[in-house]
Design a protein around this ligand. Structure first.
Ligand code: NAD
Length: 300
């Protein structure tokens, strides 16, 4: 059978999650997505009404099928940790089973297992504030939504992820099945990017460090690979909310070794490669998909 992928963080057709879903679907994977609860209604109705049909087109002309959309809030591990005001919030009370533990339980009941986990979500309520002006709550919220959410998703999904199985045939070793996870990070983790505030730079640094430690733990214990893609700037909904995305895109076009605008599809294709057996020896890596901008020391 084809691989099954769960992509957390898809709520429209503009972001990296959508592009990764498309590249995985084009490579033959079955697609399940996790959509942030407050964005669920509009995403599902747009999907139903055909608003995304143009961008569902795959290279062979067929349309990407999303087998199931799960409501998800990756800030909550289980129902016990959800505060009363969220439980009774209108945007949440219309859906159920959206904590990480419940979503994984539902995926298990519906499909039994997955092969690929993609984390394409981030949130920093104080992202527009400099780090020096960030509150403790804002900082912790950024880390919770953007870094710990990956640890939580991976630890809950690992028991139902098909491990990489190595087959030795004659003189060759094949990786028959994959078991891979991918997240999205940003260079603000390691270089100063003024404007990427609120502890989001710290959250990405944590995510990259966790990628290495989780690669060790999930690799040894479950034969699962863990990588992160450090992506260049894209005009997604989340990026527009930060407020400096056009400037970052212009800066990249002017200064990167490859002077072109980065497309979400290029990140999607890199993710499909990293999730595939072609990347069977790559784990614990931060892979730059940014037209090479990270390699520049000064802009010219
Ligand atoms: P996006 O808006 O398409 O994706 C972010 C998603 O996160 C949204 O769908 C949002 O609903 C979801 N989300 C937020 N909080 C959530 C929660 N608590 N539970 C579940 N879902 C939640 O924007 P994007 O830019 O494609 O972001 C995807 C990833 O790519 C993020 O990790 C982001 O930091 C990273 N990234 C983006 C850029 C860029 O320039 N756009 C560059 C590098 C890395």
């Amino acid at each position: 059978r084809g691989k099954r992928a769960f992509i957390a963080g898809v709520a429209d057709d503009n972001g990296y999650g959508w592009a990764i879903a498309k590249s995985l679907a084009a490579a033959g994977a079955e697609i399940l997505v996790g959509t942030w609860v407050p964005a669920l209604n509009i995403f599902e109705s747009s999907l139903r009404r055909g608003k995304f049909d143009e961008s569902r087109k795959l290279p062979d002309g067929s349309l990407m099928e999303i087998t199931k959309v799960y409501p998800l809030d990756a800030v909550f591990d289980d129902m016990e940790s959800v505060p009363e005001d969220i439980k009774t919030n209108k945007r949440y009370s219309g859906s159920s089973k959206w904590t990480v533990q419940e979503v994984v339980e539902c995926v298990k009941q519906d499909f039994g297992s997955i092969d690929i986990l993609v984390h394409s979500l981030a949130n920093g309520p104080e992202v527009s504030k400099p780090l020096l002006e960030t509150s403790r709550n804002g900082y912790l919220a950024a880390i919770s939504a953007s870094s710990y959410s990956f640890i939580s998703l991976l630890s809950h999904f690992v028991p139902i992820m098909n491990p990489g199985i190595f087959l030795i045939l004659y003189a060759f070793t094949f990786l028959a099945s994959c078991g891979a996870s991918i997240s999205l990070t940003y260079i603000a983790s390691e270089k100063i990017i003024p404007g990427y505030g609120g502890g989001m730079s710290s959250a990405k640094a944590a995510l990259e460090s966790d990628t290495r430690v989780l690669a060790f733990e999930a690799g040894r214990k479950h034969k699962i690979r863990v990588n992160t893609i450090s992506a260049g700037p894209l005009r997604s909904r989340a990026a527009k909310a930060i407020g400096f995305i056009d400037m970052m895109i212009d800066y990249s076009s002017a200064n990167a070794p490859l002077q072109k605008e980065l497309s979400a599809e290029e990140v999607g294709n890199a993710a499909a490669f990293l999730a595939s057996p072609l990347a069977s020896a790559i784990t614990g890596a931060v892979v730059y998909v940014d037209n090479g901008l990270n390699a520049m020391g000064v802009g010219v």
